[in-house]
Unconditional design. Structure first.
Length: 166
C-alpha cells in the first residue's frame, strides 16, 4: 500500500536491481546455493555479523564445500561464533585447518569475531530447497529441543552435530 516505501526498501540499493534479502553463492560448477537471509545477525561482544558473511569466507577456502555459522550463548561475549564445515571430496582437514579457518575469519572480520570452534561434519542440515537450517544447527549444538524438523532433507546431519553439543 505504501509504494514509496516499497521502492526505497527493495529497489534503492543498486540501479534496476531488486534486493530481496536472500544471500546466495555460486560454486565452481555454476550451481547456485541459497545460504540464508542477508539480515540474519549474530552479535559477538557487541559486534554484529551475518552468518552468510562468515560462511562465504569459509567456503572460499580450497578445502571447504559448505558451511554454517551460528551464534551460541557465551557468558562473557553474549554470543560466540561456532562454525560447521563440510570438506570437499578428497579433502583432508589436516591437523591445523580449524585454526587456519579461525585465523582467516579473524583477519577478514576482526579478532572479536574469531570463532570459538570450527567443527568438521559430513553434512549440514538443509531443507529440500537447499536452505541451511541454522536454527536447527544451533539447537542441536546447544542441546535445545529441535522442534519441527519435517522440512529437512537430511535429518541425520543433526545427530552428528548433537554429538559435539556443549
Amino acid at each position: 500500500k505504501d509504494r514509496q516505501r516499497y521502492f526505497e526498501t527493495y529497489w534503492s540499493r543498486w540501479p534496476d536491481t531488486w534486493v530481496h534479502g536472500d544471500w546466495a553463492a555460486i560454486d565452481d560448477d555454476g550451481l547456485w546455493y541459497i545460504l540464508g537471509r542477508s539480515d540474519d545477525t549474530i552479535k559477538v561482544a557487541g559486534k554484529r555479523v551475518g552468518p552468510a558473511e562468515v560462511e562465504s569466507i569459509l567456503v572460499a577456502h580450497a578445502r571447504v564445500s559448505e558451511a554454517a555459522a551460528v551464534g551460541v550463548p557465551d557468558p562473557i561475549k553474549g554470543e560466540a561464533l561456532v562454525c560447521f564445515c563440510v570438506l570437499k571430496k578428497d579433502a583432508d582437514e589436516g591437523s591445523d585447518l580449524a585454526n587456519e579457518l579461525k585465523t582467516k575469519i579473524a583477519t577478514e572480520l576482526g579478532k572479536a569475531l574469531a570463532p570459538r570452534d570450527v567443527i568438521f561434519v559430513a553434512d549440514i542440515p538443509k531443507t529440500r530447497n537447499a536452505k541451511v537450517m541454522r536454527r536447527l544447527v544451533r539447537a542441536a549444538y546447544i542441546g535445545e529441543k529441535l522442534g519441527d524438523t519435517s522440512a529437512l532433507e537430511n535429518p541425520g546431519a543433526l545427530e552428528e552435530i548433537a554429538r559435539f553439543a556443549k
